[in-house]
Design a protein around this ligand. Structure first.
Ligand code: HEM
Length: 492
């Protein structure tokens, strides 16, 4: 009898040890083994995270399946974490690597590969002309095309997303491969469709990342169907085929003294390092890097500009001030370059206030703890995934006076000069992995905003108002609802 009682007590103890949250971890929802707290999640992801912040404060955990997630909504803590070396790695999620045998490029990689690719891309963006004429010229070209499309629909209710998306993708094609497709080009349309499929298919892969054990308990064919494995592999191959053709064409026409774009520069770097046993360059890596320029750089920029349109249509008094500044600095329809930026503080203020208010990438891109460590007085175990909650920070009244108000003036100092408030603002992330394309995105947003509103006024269709509630159905983006706008040509 005594033995049975003892065994029962040991069993209870072992079960308790397995089920309970280890000491020292942040407060939060631990749930059950294998499924974590997922079965109790009924709200959409963002609402759930905001509720948990309300309940637990600046830092909390939420076990999703077998993945321990840590959420932070305190700017200083966030900055501290993402500036520390042990939080540089990315989680080894298939949603980031697209089920490739190893991570490539920048977004999904860690270690020396990440370091080399990040340095290469930053240098490349700088050399290709952040602020120099060629890339600015390509952005202007695409904005002119967007203006032509908007002019055709002027006076009627339109949704702008499609042409805007094409223009932004063409800017990246120019940067990567010196290409700009016509809006009617079949290849461009195939490519845009692929990018849309990517977002849909990636969501399915999350099942594998959060509950990897399902792979072992389900028949292989059923699991692959569940995560849409074959569709994903198909899509990845189609992307790689697009890029392979470009790389081959570049190899055939490469002039080492005049690199034209990112592909040329990468090929030259690969050649220069071909005898270096430590080289991380490869053609497959180049193709993934190209892929990331599109996946990280297109939806982000076009969705931000869509939000600019929404906020301006909803705030005619802000729009009037913006028009006045554009007309003063760029009389007679002159095209903007980055040289005008410092003379257009209100335009800058509008763009920044939109980025704050929309908090487009609410959870940033996740980082992973490389080792057991301490943060905010809690233990963060190796392998835990750390995520920001950008909305909570962008609406934190410690940094933002009356945060619910859309008020570009908060970005201007007493002399009307644009002042870049850094505390509490992180649309591009913060720390060691801050967005590589930040300066390109800023340049695109500045030229898009100036050129579109130089030519047009925007308003909701008569009798309607702009819906500023974000669409929370996706995990990655807080997109704007599909609002219709009426663009009216302005006298210049
Ligand atoms: C408004 C537009 C954009 C926004 C809001 C944005 C935002 C972000 C955010 C939040 C991150 C994650 C930072 C982190 O891991 O902590 C990121 C990373 C990244 N972004 Fe952007 N981005 C934008 C445009 C672009 C563009 C135009 C490109 C390139 C063409 C780009 C390329 C990248 C890359 C490669 C990374 C990964 C950096 C790394 O892992 O080291 N982004 N971006």
């Amino acid at each position: 009898m005594l033995v049975e009682v003892f065994l029962f007590a040991v069993l209870v103890f072992l079960l308790w040890k397995t089920f309970s949250k280890p000491p020292g971890l942040p407060p939060g929802k631990w749930g059950l083994p294998l499924v974590g707290y997922i079965p109790w999640t009924s709200k959409n992801f963002e609402e759930q995270v905001m509720d948990l912040h309300q309940q637990y404060g600046n830092i909390f955990l939420w076990r999703m399946g077998t993945q321990l997630m840590i959420f932070i909504n305190d700017y200083k803590l966030m900055k501290e974490a993402f500036s520390r070396a042990e939080f540089i790695p990315r989680p080894d999620w298939d949603v980031l690597t697209l089920i490739d045998e190893a991570p490539h490029g920048i977004v999904s990689s860690s270690g020396i590969l990440w370091h080399n690719n990040r340095r290469f891309t930053l240098r490349q963006l700088r050399d290709l002309g952040m602020g120099k004429s060629s890339l600015v010229g390509a952005v202007q070209q695409q904005c002119l095309k967007l203006r032509e499309t908007l002019a055709k629909g002027a006076g009627t209710a339109v949704v702008i997303n499609h042409q805007l998306h094409l223009s932004v993708i063409n800017i990246i094609w120019y940067m990567v491969a010196s290409r700009q497709f016509d809006a009617e080009n079949k290849r461009l349309h195939e490519f845009v469709d692929l990018l849309s499929d990517l977002v849909i298919l990636s969501n399915r892969l999350a099942i594998k990342d959060f509950m990897p054990w399902m792979q072992n308990v389900m028949p292989d064919f059923l699991f692959k169907r569940l995560i849409k494995y074959h569709e994903m592999m198909d899509m990845k191959e189609k992307f790689l085929q697009f890029f392979r053709e470009e790389v081959e064409e570049h190899k055939a026409t490469l002039d080492p003294n005049h690199p034209r774009d990112l592909i040329d520069s990468y090929l030259l770097e690969m050649e220069a390092k071909k005898d270096d046993p430590e080289t991380t360059c490869s053609e497959r890596d180049l193709m993934f890097l190209m892929f990331e320029m599109f996946s990280a750089g297109s939806e982000t920029t076009s969705n931000t500009f869509t939000w600019v349109c929404c906020y301006l249509a909803a705030h005619p008094q802000v729009q009037r001030k913006l028009h006045a500044e554009i007309d003063e600095v760029l009389p007679s329809g002159a095209l903007p370059t980055l040289a005008e930026k410092s003379r257009m503080p209100y335009t800058e203020a509008v763009i920044h206030e939109v980025m704050r208010a929309c908090s487009l990438i609410n959870f940033g891109v996740q980082h992973m703890a490389a080792s057991d460590t301490q943060l905010g007085g809690y233990t963060i175990p190796k392998g835990a995934v750390v995520s920001t909650t950008v909305t909570a920070i962008h609406y934190d009244s410690r940094y933002w006076d009356r945060p619910e108000e859309f008020r570009p003036e908060r970005w201007l100092d007493e002399n009307g000069k644009f002042s870049m408030v850094k505390e509490g603002f992180l649309p591009f992330g913060v720390g060691k992995r801050v967005c590589v394309g930040e300066s390109l995105a800023r340049m695109e947003l500045f030229i898009l905003t100036t050129m579109v509103f130089q030519s047009f006024a925007i308003a909701p269709p008569p009798g309607k108002s702009v819906n500023l509630t974000p669409d929370l159905s996706g995990f990655f983006f807080r997109k704007a609802m599909p609002n219709e706008f009426v663009f009216t040509a302005r006298e210049q």
